[in-house]
Design a protein around this ligand. Sequence first.
Ligand code: SAH
Length: 340
Amino acid sequence: MRNIYGIKRKDLEDYFISKGEKKYKALQVFEWLYQKKVRKYSEMTNIKKDLQEVISNDFDNKFITVVMKQEDKLTKKYLFKLEDDNYIEAVLMEHNYGLSICVSSEVGCNMGCAFCESGRLKKVRNLETHEMVEQILLVEDDIKKRISSVVIMGIGEPLDNYDNVLDFIKIINDAKGLAIGARHITLSTCGLIPKIVELSNEELQINLAVSLHAPNTQLRDKLMPINRAYKLKDLIQTIKEYTEKTNRRVTIEYVMLDGVNDNETQALELAKLLKGMNVYVNLIPYNETSHMEFKKSKPENLKKFYDILIKQGLTATTRKEFGSNIDAACGQLRSKEVES
Ligand code: SAH
């Protein structure tokens, strides 16, 4: 049976029409689910009893469950258990502009980036749309506050679970759903070229972030196996076309790894690679994990790298560090649970 939290309003309208009902029933159900946050069909008082019955026969409304929470001042990390006993995680971050959540899109990940904890444990399966929506609902329920932005940067490669992720975006973006503005939704990918092209045709105003992490293809090959399938040169060309088509600036993510990709020559090389593109660079302090030998860049090297990019005319920021003391690096909490 399908879960109601994974159904777009348009699909729910079609469903009601197929049942001989008016399509505005979908809007009413959405208001109950996402605005009044009612979980039981029996509490949807403007839906007739017999229709409640019909809906409950066609859609279940089971939730994933929170099994652990860790927090520090600005970060809360949640470990969820799924119905089939798999685990995923989400991280809530408090910014000066509001609350943002980092959600997972898959159980595990097949991309195998050398420095990333999520990829150590291979992909088990895609997340269902409702399992992504429920991460947000459960965290909002826990903190009793509204979350205003969503980044799809948790465990998994979102473009490797394209259809479910797109449905997820449409549900949370729906004015009668969670009403999270498209410009407050960021999808991060390691660079699945055909899917980036597909995304550029969706006419969504979301933000795209691309994990680059290396200024040349030789180094990227070593850090990110995906580069063997989709080469840096082609990825750069795809990003150019994406920005032209969507008129949206793309974020280039660059995780700063000590002695690996953070020297001055590499900064110049990166600046040259990105020159003239409608992008900005987000330098990410590496979150060290016990399983990987990679270390975070020294602060003075990060500063030098940043200064070179700026001097070369790029726009760049350094990501604020969140949750390094609560295992908030991608996949850390899950891998602890799975391996314990
Ligand atoms: N698969 C997608 C989204 C999930 S990873 C992607 O690759 O973009 C989100 C971001 O966190 C990526 O840029 C990833 O390379 C980075 N990342 C992974 N492990 C990290 C760590 N330990 N510290 C900092 N960033 C990390």
